[in-house]
Ligand binder design. Structure first.
Ligand SMILES: [Zn+2]
Length: 293
């Protein structure tokens, strides 16, 4: 299929109570593992890319890989830019064929974040691209930004309401609800009451950041409360590295590179499949496309 925008599919996922996985790709092998896992399980998928990864490969190679892989399968795939505070990178993604982008102004004072998010919203609406915007501070490391887990700041409910008021077509909203990027050191305290209060009044699907390491109960509760986009980055990176190393451990003398790539692919794909099942989006490809009840 051609790449799709994520807004409509997230709305359908939210109203039916399942989550769509959003995996951070690293390279072609990783993108392939993500998209082929989705195809095997007949699931919708969001392939997202960090600014760091775009700076490494360039816009065009990434857009070309993901478009080509998506066109080879029958499930809807969106290409999304993860946490980005640089409007030039956002424009570069739109020009290269990304179907959605995230503007992350969460480090800015509220009024400035709101104003800049609204400016980006005008750009994405004109381009027919979905937008994700964030408020509060999600803990952990994202690219070069570090927020201590215990210093993460929950989104303020009244600010959430004001923040989205001029962005009715926002594809997905990312209020900080107590989750963090990276591996958790302690048990994350998720602010379910805040999440439920937000989704009761704001008709926009919610993004759950920091998905790696949450329990099935936590996924279930967050998804039931309106989190329709569930981000996984840390575990995917872990499988990328460990999948490679595992082949070396088993075959110390092997000098052929392809089995290493296959080991990596297999490890990454298994985790993607497990998360699709955990989020309830297995078999939902037709549903998100509006072709099934
Ligand atoms: Zn994030």
């Amino acid at each position: 299929m051609t790449l799709v925008t994520m807004g409509p599919m997230l709305k359908r996922a939210q109203s039916a109570g399942y989550g769509i996985a959003a995996f951070n790709m690293i390279d072609y092998n990783s993108a392939r593992s993500i998209i082929e896992a989705a195809s095997d399980l007949d699931a919708p998928m969001i392939v997202q890319v960090s600014v760091k990864t775009i700076r490494h490969w360039g816009f065009k190679p990434i857009a070309t890989w993901v478009r080509m892989l998506a066109e080879g399968v029958d499930v809807p795939v969106a290409l999304h830019l993860d946490h980005c505070s640089d409007v030039e990178v956002i424009k570069g993604c739109i020009d290269a064929g990304w179907t959605s982008v995230m503007f992350d102004g969460s480090a800015l004072p509220f009024a400035e974040n709101r104003q800049k998010s609204e400016a980006v919203y005008k750009i994405t609406e004109a381009a027919g691209v979905g937008l994700e915007a964030e408020i509060g501070a999600i803990g952990g490391v994202e690219d070069d930004k570090f927020v201590a887990e215990d210093a993460s700041i929950l989104a303020d409910y009244d600010e959430c309401v004001a923040f989205v008021s001029n962005m009715p077509n926002l594809a997905v909203f990312a209020p900080a609800i107590g989750t963090a990027h990276g591996f958790y050191k302690g048990k994350p305290k998720i602010a379910y009451d805040l999440l439920k209060r937000i989704t009761a009044t704001i008709p926009i699907p919610i993004a759950l950041h920091g998905g790696t390491g949450l329990s099935q109960d936590q996924f279930d509760n967050c998804i039931a409360a309106g989190c329709a986009k569930v981000n996984i980055s840390t575990m995917h990176k872990h499988q990328f590295i460990e999948g490679f190393i595992e082949v070396r451990k088993q075959k110390p003398k092997l000098e052929e590179p392809l089995p290493f790539i296959v080991g990596q692919y297999t490890a990454m794909k298994k985790d993607v499949c497990d998360m699709i099942v955990a989020f309830g989006s297995k078999g939902k490809a037709a549903h998100v496309a509006g072709k099934a009840a």
